[in-house]
Write a protein of this length. Structure first.
Length: 298
């Protein structure tokens, strides 16, 4: 393995040319704020040592029970990994990482900006206050499931994935803080939800921006509050996550417009913020038991 200085990555897309194959999926065009998601399948390869000031990096292996052997160097330390699906690797910001592996495998790369990571729990926190610890391959079922959930939403609804993705990324950040950081967060427990004024402020904002790709940090900033506590209190107040609540609002607004019979179903889907008519059809059938066409014909 090379002894040269690490290659410093300063732009989101600079990492892709370092691999022999292009990514299968990326979040570059999905509007996710403060994070990058990439899904790849790469052959046996030796990857040069890289580091970046842009983000904390997390690799989630998804190639199943088959073992892939890798020689890895991270933060100046060498390690020989026998990697299976469900294993993860954590490379904090500005830490060098180099690897050579012996067989084709698929994996997810999640990159989170340090400031977004630090403020997952405390909206006033500074990136320097919470540091991740480098980790060679280790199993983590929760992170594996979050990675698959992010992959699924990006495959099925990339243009409308932001709120769900940022909710999952926030949960991922909190988990990383609790188990892989130098300073574990003190998580407070609130039981009474948002105040009536706060809740109404958020609901009004959601309805006013229903056709937009809303984000979790965007909604939490209305209070203001960290995304973690906002999600917790919003669910206590409404019985739903912010993502599910927005879906319900979109279906409700779509029903009102469908009953007026002034617009096509496709036009209504776009107007209320669904990525396509098929997405409106799916959620309408799931929540109301009928298709948009059936509602429109009533």
């Amino acid at each position: 393995m090379s002894k040269e200085k690490p290659l410093v990555i300063t732009k989101e897309d600079e990492v892709f040319p370092l691999f022999p194959r292009l990514p299968i999926l990326t979040s570059l065009q999905a509007g996710w704020q403060g994070a990058l998601f990439t899904y790849m399948c790469q052959p046996a390869y030796e990857f040069p040592e890289v580091c970046t000031p842009l983000w904390h990096s997390l690799i989630i292996f998804t190639h199943g029970a088959r073992v892939i052997h890798a020689e890895r160097k991270m933060d100046g330390r060498k390690h020989y990994d026998a990697v299976v699906g469900g294993d993860i690797i954590i490379t904090p910001v500005n830490v060098g990482h180099q690897a050579a592996w012996d067989a084709e495998g698929d994996f997810i790369l999640v990159a989170i900006e340090p400031q977004i990571f630090a403020r997952a729990v405390d909206e006033t926190a500074d990136a320097e206050q919470i540091q991740l610890v480098p980790h060679f391959a280790t199993p983590d079922p929760l992170i594996y499931q979050i990675g698959l959930a992010l992959k699924g939403i990006l495959e099925n609804n990339p243009s409308g994935s932001r709120l769900y993705a940022e909710t999952m990324l926030n949960a991922l950040s909190v988990h990383l803080m609790e188990h892989y950081s130098t300073r574990k967060p003190i998580l407070k427990v609130y039981k009474n939800g948002l105040s009536q004024r706060q809740l109404q402020q958020v609901i009004d904002y959601i309805y006013e921006h229903l056709n937009q790709n809303l984000g979790l940090a965007e909604l939490a900033a209305l209070i203001p509050m960290s995304p973690h506590y906002f999600s917790q209190l919003f669910k206590q107040s409404t019985g739903m996550t912010p993502h599910n609540y927005v879906i319900h609002c979109r279906v409700q607004r779509a029903q009102e417009l469908l009953l007026k019979r002034e617009l096509t179903i496709a036009e209504i889907a776009h107007l209320v913020g669904f990525a396509s008519q098929s997405h409106l059809n799916f959620h309408c059938k799931r929540l109301m038991g009928v298709t948009p066409k059936t509602i429109q014909q009533r």
